[in-house]
Design a protein around this ligand. Structure first.
Ligand SMILES: NC(=O)c1ccc[n+]([C@@H]2O[C@H](COP(=O)([O-])OP(=O)(O)OC[C@H]3O[C@@H](n4cnc5c(N)ncnc54)[C@H](OP(=O)(O)O)[C@@H]3O)[C@@H](O)[C@H]2O)c1
Length: 316
């Protein structure tokens, strides 16, 4: 099969063996698979604790496709349209996936949407709702709101009944994030009003932490899901104490299968109805053939995206 492989910081589209599905696994013939930040860090050698078991290093943490074959004890039927979370390996024509991490694809969804749902929506829902405690009536701030996780978080927050503020740096994406659910859009952290937010979902940097603590209501919470722009934070603990506030961090990929399956199911349940009636969408910024993966990764690293960058296979 064809797969995108990582080799010395570069990407190659090459022939590798089709994986065999193990117990409780389904072999998925991939139609679409979105790029995530972790794929980029894997490529540049910045993802910790990654072992390919001696095999090729294939990025790709989420896919949509058709079950081609099943392993022992797997209940899914061949031919089922599925989307799910993969333990890397999604940027390929086939990937073996634990069936607990697969969901049926809603009938009206395109492959490109289904292949861009699971990682971004699960990470966003888990951080914002499960860990951040956002609920109906909460006022939330989402940073990096025009990216893949940000656009998922905006819609989850709106569907949950939160008042939603977005922080982006590019005025050109402001209208886009408004359409997806932001009641107000800020272009600079200095513009945040004090004592305003119950939950801040941080997707970008630790550099704004003092301004965000000031912008929290008493008892508010900051949940950090991404900090690639600047992972360090320097702040006065007294300000955190005075607000009785808390700061938490989260990662989805490294969790046990059962925990990831539960987070995936909760995220899907939260938006299922709205996704069926079209009020929640999976914004796709750009679509590339698997063979054009290097160009797709270049697009992923560019500023001003409006959603996901998705790779499709020739069977899509
Ligand atoms: N912990 C987890 O389990 C988990 C899961 C998924 C994602 N993540 C992480 O979450 C983060 C967001 O992921 P994503 O898929 O949404 O990425 P994305 O689609 O590339 O979006 C990145 C967002 O961050 C903004 N941004 C990047 N650098 C910035 C800077 N220096 N200053 C201000 N804004 C900046 C971008 O704005 P511009 O468009 O203006 O560049 C965009 O809004 C990544 O770090 C990713 O690794 C973590």
């Amino acid at each position: 099969m064809k797969a995108v492989t990582v080799d010395d910081g570069g990407l190659t589209v090459t022939e590798v063996p089709i994986p065999r599905p193990g117990p409780r696994e389904a072999l998925v013939q991939v139609r679409a698979s979105a790029i995530n930040g972790a794929d980029h860090y894997l490529r540049v050698g910045r993802y910790p604790d990654t072992s390919s078991g001696g095999g090729p290093l294939i990025p790709g943490l989420e896919v949509a496709g058709v079950v081609a074959e099943v392993g022992p004890g797997t209940e899914l039927e061949p031919g089922t349209r599925v989307m799910g979370l993969t333990p890397w390996g999604g940027h390929a024509e086939y990937v073996a996936v634990d069936e607990r991490l697969l969901l049926p694809v809603p009938e009206q969804w395109r492959w490109t949407e289904a292949g861009a749902f699971c990682e971004a929506f699960t990470a966003a829902h888990d951080a914002l709702v499960t860990q951040g405690g956002a609920r109906e009536g909460s006022r939330v701030l989402i940073t990096g709101a025009n990216g893949g996780v940000g656009t998922a978080a905006l819609q989850i927050a709106r569907t949950t009944g939160c008042a939603v503020s977005a922080l982006v740096r590019d005025p050109a994406v402001a209208e886009h994030v408004r359409r997806l659910g932001a009641d107000e859009v800020h272009l600079h952290p200095d513009d945040l009003s004090p004592d305003r937010f119950d939950v801040v979902l941080e997707l970008v940097t630790g550099a704004n932490i003092t301004k965000q603590i000031a912008a929290l209501r008493t008892g508010g919470r900051i949940v950090v899901l991404g900090c690639a722009a600047h992972p360090r934070a320097d702040f006065n603990l007294l300000k955190l104490m005075a607000k009785r506030a808390s700061i938490g961090g989260s990662t989805l990929r490294s969790r046990p299968v059962e925990e990831k399956a539960q987070a995936l199911a909760l995220a899907y349940r939260a938006v299922e109805h709205a996704a069926r009636d079209g009020s929640v969408t999976i914004p796709v910024d750009a679509i590339f053939e698997l063979a054009d993966a290097p160009q797709a990764y270049e697009r992923f690293e560019m500023k001003g995206k409006t959603g996901r960058v998705v790779l499709v296979t020739s069977s899509a």
